[in-house]
Design a protein around this ligand. Structure first.
Ligand SMILES: Nc1ncnc2c1ncn2[C@@H]1O[C@H](COP(=O)(O)OP(=O)(O)O)[C@@H](O)[C@H]1O
Ligand SMILES: [Mg+2]
Length: 719
C-alpha cells in the first residue's frame, strides 16, 4: 500500500530526529490561530517527505520534594510537623492521581539528504514556533522484553513497574478538526505514545493520489458519520474533493496520515479501562480500534523504522492545512520551574505549579518573589496567601508578617502553633486596638533622613485626614509648603545626629516635635493644631507615647496583625505604619533570612498615594534584602484607578486573578496584553479556589486551583 517509497532517493533508512518543544496554545488569541496554522503548514510544503510525529508522556516524579519534606521534619520545630506531614500526604496523593506527566514530541523526517539535520531543525523552529533540537536517537518505547498477547503486550521478567502495552489504530478521521482537537487526548493524563505517520506523495503523483482518494477523501469533515441522506453525503464528498483539488493546485499538498496509539497501564484491568475511556473520548474525531494479533509488529511505528518496512495501517488523506492542525506541540506539558515546592496549586492540565523562585534560575542572585492577588470577595484570596505563607515557612524557613482586617492571620498562627498558648509555637497574633495600642509615628524606619522625614509626614497626613482635622490654611493638603519646611527642620533637629541609633524608648515623641515646631515661625500654627488633636486630647494616650506594638517584627517566625478592631478611616494609617516597620525589618534582619510580607485588603494603602509610593519604591529594591510582598486586594480596579496598576504588575513575579467581574478582566489584559479572550473568560467563569495565574520570568499563564491539604483545610480554609 505505501506507494510513495518507490522513488529511490527515499529508500534511505535513517531519519533525522528532531526533539520538539511545546507552547501553550491557550495563550494564542483566537484570531491568530489561523496564522499559526498557515505558518506551520509551510513546514510540510517545504519538507514534503515521509515523516512521523511521535508524542509520548513521561512521568514527573515528586519523590524529590517528598523526600525533602522528610528531611525538613528533622530540621524544623515540632509545631510545623503537622503542616509538613499533611503536605507530604498531599504530594503522595498528587503523585498517584495528578497528571504528573510531561509530553515529549519527536519529529522524524526522512528527507533523503536534501535537508541536513540542522537545516531541518531551523525550518521546524521557524515554522512551528517551538524550540527544536536535533537528537541522535529516539528514546526507546519500552525496556526489556515483552510477550505478545492477542490484544496487548506483557513485560517478561525484570522490574515489576514496567507497564502493559496496547496498540490501537485509527481507521478514520472524522468531524471538524481545530488546532485544539488533539488536546483532549494530550491532556487526558494517561500514559501513552501517539504516532502520527505521514506519507507525502511526490508532486507528480498527486493527481493519481487525488483520484484514489476520491471516494474516501475526508479532509476535515466527517462524511460517513453524518446523519444525512446518501445524496447529501455524496455531494459533500464531491465538494470536498473539488476543494481539495483546488487547494492542492494553490500550493497545498495531499498527505496520507495514520494514527496509532500505544497505551500503557500497570494492570490489565487498568489497561482495559483506559482503552475504553480513550476510545470513547476520541470517537467523534478519531475512531480507534484495538489491533488484534499484530500488537508486536505495530509497535515498530513508535521507532525510527521507515514506514515501508512496517505492517500496513490505514493512511487517511489530509491536506497540508489539516496536518498543521493536528500538531501536538500546542499543549504545555509541565509547569515551567520544575517540581520544587512550595506550590501555588494545581494547573487544570494536572500538574503542580511551583512558586516563582527566590533566586534567578541557576544562580544565587535574588529574584522578585512579589505577588499581586486580586478577585471577588469569597473567592479564596486570603486562603490562598495563608496556604502560600504556610508553604514558605515549612519548605523555606521564611519569616512571615501579615496585616489584615479580619483576624484571619490568627489561622496562620494556629497552623504553626500559637506562642501565646504554647512556648514551642512559631507564631504570634496581635489584635490592634486603640484601647491598648501606643504608637509613636516618629519611630525610625528609614535608612536615610529624607525618607524618614517623608514617612513621618505621610503618617501625620493620613492620621490628620482620619481625624478629620480642619486646617485653616490656603491650598490643598494638610500642610502649606512653609509648614513642610518647618516640619522637616523640626524633625531633623529633634532626631539629632545620632538618629539612626534611636530606640523606641529614646525616640522623641509627638509633644517633643510640637515643642520644636513651635520655635520655628512657619511651624507655630501646625504645632498648635497637632498638639490640640494628638497630644492634649484623648488621642494623646495613643499617639504621644512610645510604641508598644511589637513592630520590630522579630518576636516569632510568623507574626500576624489584625486591624479588625480599628475603624475604617484609621486603617490607612496603620497600613502605612506597618509597611514602614517592614522596611525597617527588611534592613535590620539577617540578610539571608527571607521575609514574606502579606498585606490583605491592600486597597487601604492605595488610598494614600505617598504611602503607596513608598511601598512601590520598596518593592523594586527589597528583593536584594530577600524580602517579598504579597499584595491582596479585591479589585484590580483599585490599583488601576489610582495609577499603580501597571507599576505593580511590572514589579511582581506572579499575578493571581481569582474571579473577576465587570470590566476587571479587561483591566487585567491592559496590564498584561498577552492575556487572551480565553484567559479573560476563565477569569469570569472562575469558581472558588480557581484563578488565572501569570507566573515567573517567562510569564507562564496557568489556570490554577489552590488545592488545600487536609491540614490547610482544617486550619486555614474555615468559613
Ligand atoms: N482553595 C480553596 N479550596 C476550597 N475552598 C476554598 C478555597 N479557598 C477558599 N475556599 C472557601 O471559600 C471561603 C472564602 O475564602 P477566602 O479566602 O476568605 O476568600 P477571599 O479572601 O477572596 O474573600 C473560605 O472560607 C473557604 O471555605
Ligand atoms: Mg479575604
Amino acid at each position: 500500500m505505501p506507494t510513495v517509497d518507490q522513488d529511490p532517493a527515499t529508500q534511505r533508512r535513517t531519519a533525522t530526529i528532531l526533539q520538539m518543544g511545546a507552547f501553550d496554545q491557550n495563550s494564542v488569541p483566537e484570531a491568530a490561530l489561523g496564522d499559526l496554522v498557515a505558518q506551520a503548514a509551510g513546514f510540510f510544503v517545504a519538507a514534503p517527505y515521509p515523516l512521523r510525529i511521535i508524542t509520548r508522556t513521561a512521568p514527573i516524579s515528586l519523590i524529590g520534594p517528598i523526600q525533602r519534606l522528610t528531611e525538613r521534619m528533622v530540621q524544623t520545630p515540632r509545631a510545623l510537623w503537622p503542616a509538613l506531614d499533611s503536605e507530604q500526604i498531599y504530594l503522595e496523593w498528587a503523585q498517584q492521581n495528578l497528571t504528573l506527566r510531561s509530553l515529549r514530541s519527536h519529529l522524524l523526517v526522512w528527507s533523503d539528504g536534501v535537508f541536513d539535520p540542522e537545516a531541518l531543525a531551523g525550518l521546524a523552529r521557524e515554522r512551528f514556533g517551538v524550540v527544536t533540537a536535533v537528537v541522535g536517537t529516539l528514546p526507546p518505547l519500552f525496556q526489556g522484553r515483552y510477550s505478545e498477547q492477542l490484544d496487548y503486550l506483557t513485560p517478561l521478567g525484570g522490574p515489576a513497574e514496567r507497564p502493559l502495552l496496547r496498540v490501537l489504530v485509527a481507521y478514520q478521521m472524522r468531524g471538524e478538526w481545530s488546532p485544539r482537537t488533539l488536546h483532549a487526548l494530550l491532556r487526558m493524563g494517561y500514559a501513552f505514545t501517539l504516532v502520527q505517520d505521514v506519507l507525502t506523495p511526490p508532486p507528480g503523483t498527486a493527481d493519481g493520489e487525488m483520484d484514489r482518494a476520491q471516494q474516501t477523501l475526508n479532509v476535515q469533515v466527517d462524511v460517513a458519520a453524518g446523519q444525512g441522506e446518501q445524496d447529501t453525503r455524496g455531494e459533500t464528498a464531491k465538494a470536498h474533493c473539488t476543494r481539495a483539488t483546488l487547494e492542492v493546485q494553490a500550493g497545498q499538498r495531499l498527505h496520507r496520515v495514520a494514527h496509532l496509539l500505544v497505551l500503557q497501564a500497570d494492570t490489565l484491568a487498568q489497561l482495559n479501562k483506559t482503552t475504553q475511556t480513550v476510545v470513547a473520548e476520541l470517537a467523534a474525531v478519531l475512531p480507534l480500534r484495538v489491533e488484534i494479533g499484530r500488537q508486536a509488529a505495530l509497535l515498530s511505528y513508535a521507532t525510527t523504522a521507515p514506514t515501508r518496512l512496517l505492517p500496513t495501517v490505514p493512511h487517511w488523506p489530509v491536506l497540508t492545512q489539516g496536518l498543521a492542525v493536528e500538531l501536538p506541540f500546542g499543549v504545555r506539558s509541565e509547569a515551567a520551574g520544575g517540581t520544587e515546592g512550595p506550590f501555588l496549586g494545581r494547573d487544570d492540565a494536572g500538574f503542580l505549579v511551583p512558586m516563582p523562585s527566590w533566586n534567578k534560575p541557576g544562580s544565587d542572585d535574588p529574584e522578585s518573589r512579589d505577588m499581586l492577588i486580586t478577585g471577588e470577595k469569597g473567592q479564596g484570596k486570603t486562603t490562598f496567601v495563608l496556604k502560600g505563607a504556610l508553604g514558605e515557612v515549612t519548605y523555606n524557613d521564611v519569616q512571615v508578617v501579615i496585616l489584615e482586617p479580619q483576624r484571619h492571620g490568627q489561622r496562620l498562627v494556629n497552623a504553626v502553633g500559637d506562642k501565646a498558648q504554647d512556648p514551642a509555637g512559631q507564631g504570634l497574633f496581635h489584635d490592634i486596638n486603640f484601647a491598648t495600642a501606643q504608637i509613636n509615628l516618629l519611630d525610625i524606619v528609614e535608612p536615610n533622613l529624607v525618607d524618614q522625614i517623608s514617612q513621618v509626614r505621610s503618617l501625620l497626613e493620613v492620621l490628620m485626614t482620619a481625624e478629620k482635622v480642619q486646617r485653616d490654611i490656603a491650598g490643598q493638603g494638610m500642610f502649606t509648603p512653609q509648614e513642610l519646611g518647618a516640619l522637616g527642620q523640626a524633625l531633623s533637629e529633634e532626631y539629632g545626629p545620632h538618629w539612626q541609633s534611636l530606640t523606641p524608648t529614646t525616640t522623641p515623641l509627638l509633644h517633643d516635635l510640637c515643642a520644636r515646631l513651635a520655635k520655628i515661625p512657619a511651624g507655630r500654627k501646625l504645632a498648635r493644631d497637632l498638639r490640640a488633636t494628638f497630644v492634649d486630647s484623648v488621642s494623646g494616650a495613643v499617639f504621644d507615647r512610645p510604641t508598644n506594638l511589637p513592630l520590630q517584627l522579630d518576636e516569632a517566625r510568623v507574626l500576624a496583625f489584625s486591624v479588625f478592631d480599628i475603624q475604617d478611616r484609621y486603617r490607612p494609617f496603620l497600613y502605612g505604619l506597618f509597611t514602614g516597620a517592614v522596611r525597617r525589618r527588611t534592613r535590620r534582619k539577617p540578610r539571608a533570612q527571607r521575609l514574606l510580607v502579606i498585606v490583605d485588603e491592600f486597597g487601604y494603602l492605595v488610598q494614600e498615594p505617598t504611602l503607596m509610593e513608598a511601598v512601590a519604591r520598596e518593592m523594586k529594591t527589597c528583593r536584594t534584602f530577600r524580602t517579598a510582598y504579597w499584595l491582596v486586594e479585591q479589585s484590580i480596579r483599585t490599583f488601576d484607578e489610582a495609577g499603580w496598576g501597571q507599576k505593580i504588575a511590572d514589579i511582581v513575579s506572579a499575578q493571581i486573578y481569582f474571579r473577576q467581574i465587570g470590566t476587571a478582566p479587561e483591566i487585567a489584559r491592559r496590564l498584561n496584553p498577552e492575556f487572551t479572550d480565553e484567559h479573560l473568560a476563565m477569569m469570569r467563569r472562575a469558581t472558588t479556589g480557581w484563578a488565572v495565574a501569570k507566573v515567573g520570568e517567562q510569564g507562564d499563564i496557568y489556570r490554577l486551583h489552590a488545592d488545600l491539604t487536609g491540614y490547610e483545610r482544617r486550619m486555614l480554609g474555615g468559613a
